[in-house]
Structures are given as C-alpha cells and as structure tokens.
Write a protein that binds this ligand. Structure first.
Ligand SMILES: *Cc1c(COP(=O)(O)O)cnc(C)c1O
Length: 406
C-alpha cells in the first residue's frame, strides 16, 4: 500500500525515493469511496457547499468549490510534478502557453523589464516581443541567452524577469542555467526556464538556481500525444498568486480529463525519456555521417557549440539530451518536402514528445528567421524522435533520402 511517506517522495528510512518510483506513486492513492487503487476522474463542475456558505472565499483555490478554482485531478498531478521538479509547489494549467502567459502576467507589472531568449516557443516570443509591451507597458529585451554576457549587458534597474528556453525550440541552442540564475539574482530579478525539451528527468532547473520552471505537459510528461497541459513549478507564494490571477480570474484551468490523462502518461516518463535520449543521439550521429545532410543540431553531439554546458546540466547519470534535433539537407525547398513525402514511419506533424516520431519542415520564411543561426536560413527540419525501434527510424530516413533522389 502506498504510504503517506511515499506520497512525500521518501522511503521508510527517510531516504529520497528514485525518480521512477516517484513517477509511479506520487499523485496516486486509494479512492476512499470504492477502494480502487487508481484515483478516479472527477468531472463535476461544482461541489456541495456547507450549511452556511456565507463566509467562503469564492476565489479560493484550495477547497473543492467550483472546478475553475481548482479540482482533485489537477491537485494529484501538481503534487507529483512539484516533487519531480524539486519545487515547493506546482500549478497545472490548460496548456504550456497558458503556463508561459500565467508566469509573465503574474510576475511582470507595468513599467517592469524582462529579458528573454532569442529563440523561444513562438507564443512566448509574441507575448514578450509584442503583446505585453504594446498592451501592458512592459519593457522587454530579446537576447541570445546562450552567451550569458548578453544577459548581463541587457540588465536594467527595472529588470524583474529573465526567461530562457533551453534547449530552444527549434534551434536547440542551450543556455547555462546556473550562470543565468546568478545574473538574474544579482539584479534582483527572477529566472524562469522553459524546460519542455528536457523534462525534469534530464534537467532540473530549480537545482541549478532557477526560480520558476515551465513545462508543456503536452510533450514528454504526458508522452502520448493526446492531451494539452502546462505546469509551473516554483515557490508556493508564487503558485498561489498564479492560481488567483491566471486560473481563477483569467480562466486558464486544465480539464479534469486532461489532468488525469497526463498523470497517467507521466508514470512512464523515466522509461520513455531514456529511450528518446538514446534513440535521438543515435539518429543525430547517423545524420551527421550522411553526405546529403548539411547540418545537425543536437546538444548530445560533440559538434554542438554548447555540448559541454548541456552535459554539465544533466540531472542524473542516466539522463540524456532529449529527443528533439534539427537538421537541414543539402537541397532546395522542394527537395526537403520531397524527402518528407517519402517517409513511411516518421509522421509529418508538429509537436514533440509523443510516442511516435514527428517531423516538421520549417521553411525559409519563419517570422523569426533573422534570429536563427545562418545554417537554419535555407530551410530545415525539426525531428522529434519517438519510441519506435531506432533501426526502423534510421532505415526510414535512408530510404526516404534514396526515394527522393537526394
Ligand atoms: C509546445 C511547447 C510549448 C507550448 O506548449 P502547449 O502545451 O502547446 O501550449 C512551450 N514551450 C515549448 C518549448 C514547447 O515545445
């Protein structure tokens, strides 16, 4: 029987449990009504009120009241994620983008300044580059955070947040989290890290000094490509504010069904990450050996400019560099599309962290092209290596190259 100690991530003698044990047992428990050893999905919108409800705080998130204020399936998942990230608390929202927006709108006020990575998820880029400055009077600077000196140079007296994405989507640039945390803290600012490409199995930014970790649960943590969700792991003081601002008042709550699905998917996170890591490294090395391949960007390759930083940041001996890589072929626009059309196993679709491998051709006219390294300017692929047999994926790539006459 899963004991209370296990729910706090500790074994009988107080030693911390391993990542796999915690991924399985945290957030699960015995259902009090039926004795089921799996917690049920609670789909109600509202909960019974006490005899005299008049002194209830209708915006409260910690009692069962109304599902937008918080619900049991959300809380089970939050308890697990907080522990896996090494954070005091976690709040789970409707999507990764909701988690980014919640962080920015909660932490930043009119007149504040934020620094952010030059490659970030597109919604983070639009929020920080355009929407928050234009609508809410927040100043922002976009810098290449993979060189910490650029962060230092961008700091202003009103800097309140440094937001980094590492590895960055889609360039796979890596930022030194410890260095970024030190610079942010010396300036009295917070550091938030979008850790989606790594998941807490590979890297735990809080251990490296970050204040806030954001995960798109849609990707590795759910792992099965069938539910959207986002998480923010940080201090309880901040999660309380985020629940009040973004969840109760902006309405960014996750659905109970998605929270349940993600909790279920996350049980196998460590097994899946090991396979994504191993397979992506093998495929990156294979691609690097092919004459038709113009470049490969994967932090696990020694040729990656930030390989040493990426290796230093790994959270455990069996961690790796994630499942996503970028590469370009020595061909034109049409040749890239022809290659994708000849793939049989790898699916042409956006997203990543699914069980199946996904590839997307990012052409030459992305709105952020000017921020990418030059090798990305001629069109490139983002390949999210899935859980299929590595040999099947390599054979699929080789076969498509031949069929596309490249
Ligand atoms: C997908 C992704 C997001 C956005 O997550 P959604 O769940 O799709 O809203 C944010 N950051 C990174 C790095 C991502 O890959």
């Amino acid at each position: 029987m899963t004991s209370d100690l296990v729910h706090h991530g500790e074994s009988f003698d107080g030693t911390p449990l391993g990542f796999a044990t915690k991924s399985i047992h945290l957030g699960n428990g015995v259902d009090a009504e039926t004795g089921a050893i799996r917690r049920p999905i609670t789909l109600a919108n509202a909960y019974a009120l006490p005899y005299d409800p008049s002194d209830i705080n209708w915006s409260s998130s910690d009692v069962n009241l109304y599902t937008r204020n918080g619900h049991p399936n959300q809380r089970y998942l939050e308890a697990k994620l907080a522990n896996l990230e090494g954070a005091e608390d976690a709040v789970v929202l409707a999507s990764g983008v909701a988690a980014l927006a919640a962080t920015f709108t909660t932490v930043l006020n009119r007149g504040d300044h934020a620094i952010f990575s030059d490659t970030t998820y597109i919604a983070a880029y639009r929020l920080l580059n355009q929407i928050l400055p234009e609508k809410y009077g927040i100043e922002t600077s976009i810098v290449d955070t993979s060189d910490p000196r650029n962060i230092a140079d961008a700091i202003r007296p009103n800097t309140k947040l440094v937001h980094i994405e590492t590895p960055a989507n889609p360039t796979l640039k890596v930022t030194d989290i410890e260095a970024a945390a030190k610079l942010a803290h010396d300036a009295g600012a917070l550091l938030s890290v979008d850790n989606t490409f790594n998941s807490p199995f590979n890297v735990r930014p809080i251990d490296l000094g970050a204040d806030i970790v954001i995960e798109s649960l849609t990707k590795y943590i759910n792992g099965h490509g069938d539910a959207l969700g986002g998480a923010i792991a940080t201090r309880k003081e901040l999660t309380d504010q985020i629940r009040f601002t973004y969840q109760v008042n902006y309405g960014g709550i996750i659905s109970p069904f998605n929270a349940w699905l993600i909790n279920r998917g996350s049980v196998t996170l460590p097994l899946r990450m090991r396979q994504h890591n191993t397979s992506a490294l093998a495929i990156a090395k294979h691609l690097e050996s092919l004459p038709q391949v113009r470049f490969v960007a994967y932090p696990g390759l020694e040729s990656h400019p930030h390989h040493d930083v990426a290796a230093r940041q790994l959270a455990r001996p069996d961690a790796g560099f994630g499942g996503v890589l970028a590469f370009g072929l020595d061909t034109d626009h049409e040749g890239h599309n022809r290659f994708v059309s000849k793939l049989n196993v790898i699916t042409s679709a956006v997203s990543l962290g699914h069980d199946e491998s996904l590839i997307v051709f990012l052409g030459e006219d992305d709105e952020r092209q000017y921020l990418y390294p030059p090798e990305f300017h001629r069109g490139f692929f983002r390949l999210a290596v899935g859980l299929e047999d590595t040999d099947d994926l390599i054979r699929d790539i080789d076969h498509a190259l031949a069929e596309a006459e490249l």
